[in-house]
Design a protein around this ligand. Structure first.
Ligand code: FES
Length: 77
């Protein structure tokens, strides 16, 4: 799903950035994706995805994990 229509990047790309570099602000996510905020409407969504990614680092990933559903990552049994 596209989360930023100005820069055209997806929730998956945001989660990939979060898992790879652990950004602390939405601004860092924009920079990691090689762009900058334009209208700013997506900043709240990016923050929510960052929070989900942090929660996903629980070490006990389950099939009903919302981040796992987006990324397709489910811990091997
Ligand atoms: S929708 Fe992301 S900057 Fe406009």
């Amino acid at each position: 799903m596209i989360v930023c229509s100005c820069n055209v990047f997806s929730d998956r790309q945001v989660l990939d950035v979060c898992s790879g570099s652990n950004p602390r602000t939405p601004g860092e996510v924009y920079r990691c994706l090689g762009c900058s905020p334009q209208c700013g409407r997506c900043a709240r969504t990016i923050r929510a995805l960052m929070d989900q990614a942090q929660a996903h680092n629980c070490g006990a990933c389950a099939e009903d994990c919302p981040v796992a559903a987006i990324t397709g990552l489910v811990a091997a049994e």
